[in-house]
Design a protein around this ligand. Structure first.
Ligand SMILES: *[C@@H]1O[C@H](CO)[C@@H](O)[C@H](O)[C@H]1NC(C)=O
Ligand SMILES: *[C@@H]1O[C@H](CO)[C@@H](O)[C@H](O)[C@H]1NC(C)=O
Ligand SMILES: [Zn+2]
Length: 984
């Protein structure tokens, strides 16, 4: 899966204007919490409910004999589904049964039921399974499905000869989302059985399981039935053994209107017409899948069209709304998909496993994209691209998300992790190789050089909090859907990707891919654990006689089993190198014990003016490396920031490096120029170095023209801005920033002209042009603001013909809406509602949060909870945007506090990322008063809960305390430094 907010876009394109909190703390968490759903339901149906009459043949419960099943609970006791002990009380499936195959027929109704007004689907399913250990129970996942009684029970069970197996009782266990059959005699070891069910479910707009998405085309409302199963919602579509290691084959049949299309993981093998109540329907059957996990299933019914290409015998299609396809928005994706599939087949040395590859852009989608095997689903902005209206950042997003999802078609889908506790390997791996796949498709973009900005720097800030967590979790700690969902965070994605990039670097890429290849071949169509990958990497190391000081597992365990990362400090006077666990809060102490005492096996790359070398600091606090001693030349560590650690030096070496930057910056690799800034600012926050030394790293920027160092500056200063933009210091900060950025701003004006219609040729240069303009405008460079407002005005006057360059739209919109009033805002809103291009809608939706008028922002906040105004999938992001605006901050916080319970219950179902919401809204908190408010908020909502935002709330409390201290310690000295550094 790929996450909601890609910081590279946010930061590169809009970030400066929202420098607020975004770059520092965007989490990639994707949350559609079932836990929330579970909480929403009463703790359990009371025993009496089980006998309530049900509409004719539909029953959710079978009130047959259940020996001790009817609790005689005293009225004060909260009833539970069954007070009776049994395996259904365990959140994990018992290991007695193993699925072999499913035949699933589903019939989604794309019109509401005329009486109940509910959108529903009906289905029947036959699952064949083997009994591994004799048992009296069949326990299978089922969530929010109502069953049709069969032979007096919720399901029919048959043995391999087709004889009925006697069921003594059957019931649902909503707490653990099970359907349970109790048998009169145990199932036999090694025998196979089939279970047949018939059921109905709601086709809700909750973005989870089998759900509905809506859009309008030509003024007509259209409904799409689609799926999002990962991680635990396949059970909401049909009863299944819904754990990733329970692989099986699936035969899917979909019933739909003849004018609709049905798509699934595999190609169609049969289509026929059926007549039900004089209405003709189409029944489409798909070929049997390979052996796969339930969370990778997908089926969609829609009126979309597609464009197609055949590449190496593989049918590739991109599906979207007909208008979007007609407008050419799918062209870019189809042009790169073949290349990327070829790249990965070659990289893994394993052919693409399936006969076809469908990718589809959905109007409502919770995550960024989902790697369903053979039918990848995307939100529109992650797949569709318009050459005129979409920016280069939008294009990069498509390339990288497509590469991410296609990488999973092997790593994740062909070989799947055994359990969710190892999720980081799946997501971290895809987050790393997406850069390789996208780089293959767009070789001129130098994407591999952007990894550091987009993944490493961003996750460094999360991972320097004591409330972070190790990449690997123990299997027994990850059980509930809420716990599983919480793992989809930037630690799993960006830290996972970063440590794999480091591994690949010290093994060398050919050795790394050899290990990958044998891992995939050994575990294909099956499951593996993280240690299995280390075994194969070790074999590759041994085969190639790579000289490593320890085994792959010994090295990697120090990065995956303990949270955080070290700061490596070099003292060039004697070559002494130390490592220390890096925490952003100078007074924090490691919260949990680490198996390695917060010491790592660190590959340290370094250079003076010669070639790059490596030394290892192996699990010890310090060591002397005579080569690293230096009396006059600078020494640079962590070349290209391949290692997952920060670097600190003695002051003399810092000054030699800063001197080098001032005299000839090209001598330091561009990624390391960004690293110096990012490390220095964070080291200062953690009190490893003086804040004035950190600020000194920005002095050379008057001569810097490259994207990465500027991007690092923007994110580093974003913390300053966030802390200071409501304080008296801000005026001097503003003067200094403008002094540094105006040369860059003028450089682009001279390079490509000052009308903002032309952009430089390089991909990263285009980002940097936007950064220059955004930074100048957001610090109120008057010519910049005037130009942006004039361009917006010209567009307002001639909306059909005036074209703003796509790269600059976000900036222009935001600046003009901030400077403008109701007319500018209302025009932006109108264009937002009218555009049929998702990337354009996102730009406008973001920019609408830039207004400086309280009443406009409050009105906009109200819109976020009205799905007719703002799609549910965009609600969190919009609120976070408003909060990142210095004027909107307190409004958003009041809004969240006032509406928490409502948001939690109404939006908990699928689309809402509570962790991002909490992070976003509390990012500026830096006063005692705000800390009290946050503590009060926590206390007030204990009953309601925080679901997937639980950890984020703890992090927010921690961060607020750190911020309070930071301001007390630094504000005055920073002001002095700015005053000293402003040229008259
Ligand atoms: C399932 O049954 C419950 C309880 O009777 C009912 O409220 C719900 O609407 C039913 N769902 C569907 C999809 O029919
Ligand atoms: C269905 O899959 C089988 C097994 O991969 C294959 O042999 C057969 O040709 C496929 N049928 C169609 C119609 O694609
Ligand atoms: Zn993924």
């Amino acid at each position: 899966m790929s996450g909601i907010a890609m910081s590279k876009l946010v930061v590169a394109l809009l970030g400066v204007l929202f420098v607020g909190m975004l770059s520092a703390i965007i989490a990639l968490s994707v949350v559609y919490s079932n836990e929330v759903n579970a909480n929403k339901e009463p703790a359990a149906p009371a025993p009496t409910e089980k006998t309530t009459p049900k509409p004719s043949d539909i029953t959710t419960e079978k009130p047959t004999a259940r020996p001790s099943g009817k609790p005689t609970a005293s009225p004060s006791e909260k009833p539970t589904p069954t007070m009776r002990p049994g395996p259904w009380n365990n959140i994990r499936l018992p290991k007695n049964l193993e699925p072999i195959s499913y035949k699933v027929k589903l019939w989604p109704k794309l019109e509401p039921d005329p009486i109940t007004k509910l959108y529903t689907f009906s289905g029947d399913s036959t699952v064949e399974f083997r009994c591994l250990v004799p048992t009296d129970f069949v326990i299978i996942h089922s969530n929010k499905l109502n069953y049709t009684a069969k032979g007096g029970h919720l399901a029919l069970l048959k043995d391999s000869s087709g004889n009925d197996v006697e069921v003594s009782s059957s019931w649902l266990e909503p707490k653990n989302q099970y359907l349970v059959l109790e048998l009169t005699a145990p199932l036999q070891k090694d025998a196979t059985y089939t279970m047949v069910t018939e059921f109905v479910g709601e086709l809700a707009d909750d973005l989870a399981g089998f759900y509905r998405s809506e859009y309008t085309e030509g003024g007509v409302r259209k409904v799409v039935a689609t799926t999002q199963m990962q991680p635990t919602d396949a059970r909401k579509a049909f009863p299944c053994f819904d754990e990733p290691a329970m692989k099986a084959t699936f035969d899917v049949t979909i019933i739909h209107k003849p004018e609709h299309k049905a798509i699934s993981n595999m190609p169609i093998i049969d289509e026929k017409s059926i007549t039900v109540d004089t209405i003709i329907w189409r029944e489409t059957t798909f070929n049997t899948t390979l052996k796969m996990s339930t969370y990778l299933l997908a089926f969609i019914v829609c009126e979309f069209t597609y464009i197609e290409k055949i590449e190496n015998g593989t049918q590739i299609r991109i599906w979207a709304r007909p208008q979007a396809v007609y407008d050419g928005q799918a062209d870019y994706a189809i042009n790169i998909t073949g290349n990327i599939l070829n790249f990965f087949a070659d990289y893994y040395k394993v052919a693409y496993p399936l006969p076809k590859s469908d990718q589809i852009a959905l109007p409502d989608f919770a995550a960024g994209a989902m790697e369903n095997w053979g039918l990848v689903t995307y939100r529109e902005t992650a797949l569709l691209y318009d050459p005129v209206q979409s920016s280069n950042g939008n294009k990069e997003r498509v390339a990288s998300v497509v590469a991410h999802e296609l990488a999973h078609q092997w790593f994740g889908n062909l070989v799947t992790l055994k359990w969710w506790n190892d999720l980081w390997l799946n997501e971290g791996f895809a987050s790393y190789v997406e850069y390789l796949g996208a780089d293959y498709a767009e070789p001129t973009w130098e994407l591999k050089d952007l990894f550091v900005m987009s993944e490493l720097h961003r996750v460094f800030s999360m991972d320097s909090l004591v409330s972070s967590h190790p990449l690997s979790s123990a299997e027994e700690d990850i059980n509930t859907p809420g716990e599983i969902n919480e793992l989809f965070d930037s630690i799993s994605y960006s830290k996972g990707g970063s440590v794999l990039r480091m591994l690949s670097s010290f093994l060398t890429e050919p050795v790394f891919v050899e290990g990958l290849n044998t891992y995939l071949l050994a575990h294909q169509l099956s499951n593996a654990a993280v240690d299995d990958l280390w075994v194969h990497q070790q074999q590759a190391v041994d085969n190639n006689n790579v000289n490593l000081p320890k085994t792959v597992k010994e090295i990697m365990d120090t990065w995956t089993l303990q949270m955080g990362y070290p700061v490596i400090k070099l003292d060039t006077s004697n070559g002494n190198v130390t490592q220390k666990y890096f925490l952003i809060d100078p007074e924090a102490v490691a919260g949990r014990p680490s198996p390695f005492n917060y010491l790592w096996n660190v590959p340290i790359t370094w250079k003076k003016d010669g070639p790059i070398s490596t030394v290892w600091l192996l699990g010890v606090k310090d060591a002397i490396f005579p080569d690293l001693q230096s009396a006059d030349k600078w020494v640079l560590l962590n070349i290209d920031e391949v290692g997952y650690y920060r670097v600190n030096y003695d002051v003399a070496n810092w000054n030699r490096l800063l001197n080098q930057l001032q005299t000839d910056l090209e001598m330091i690799p561009v990624i390391n120029r960004a690293q110096i800034i990012d490390d220095a600012f964070n080291l200062a926050r953690a009190k490893h170095i003086d804040v004035k030394l950190a600020l000194n790293t920005t002095l050379y920027l008057v001569n810097e023209r490259k994207y990465q160092p500027w991007q690092a500056t923007i994110s580093s200063l974003s913390y300053f801005k966030q802390m200071l933009d409501r304080s008296a210091v801000f005026g001097n900060m503003q003067k200094y920033i403008l002094q540094q950025v105006i040369p860059l701003y003028n450089y682009y004006d001279n390079l490509v002209g000052s009308n903002w219609n032309d952009v430089p040729p390089g991909h990263a240069d285009q980002y940097n042009q936007v950064n220059a303009i955004s930074l100048a405008c957001s610090y109120n460079h008057l010519p910049c603001e005037v130009k942006a407002s004039a361009i917006y005005k010209a567009w307002m006057e001639n909306p059909d013909n005036y074209i703003i360059h796509a790269n600059l739209k976000s900036t222009v919109y935001c600046v003009a809406i901030a400077a403008g009033g109701q007319a500018e805002w209302d025009f932006g809103w109108k264009m937002f509602k009218e555009t049929s291009l998702a990337t354009e809608a996102d730009k406008l939706r973001d920019a609408l949060a830039c207004s400086k008028q309280t009443w406009i922002l409050n009105r906009y906040l109200e819109y976020t909870l009205d799905p007719a105004m703002i799609r549910k999938q965009d609600a969190t992001n919009t609120i976070v945007r408003i909060a990142s605006n210095v004027v909107g901050q307190s409004l958003a916080w009041d809004f969240i506090r006032a509406n928490w319970e409502y948001i939690f219950t109404e939006y908990g179902g699928g689309s809402f990322s509570f962790s991002r919401l909490i992070e976003g809204v509390t990012g500026r908190f830096s006063t005692d008063y705000e800390l009290k408010q946050l503590e009060q908020f926590k206390a007030d909502n204990q009953e309601v809960g925080f679901g997937s935002g639980t950890r984020a709330l703890e992090q927010a409390l921690e961060r607020t305390k750190v911020n309070i201290k930071w301001r007390a310690d630094n504000e005055k000295r920073i002001d002095e430094w700015f005053i000293d550094s402003i040229r008259p």
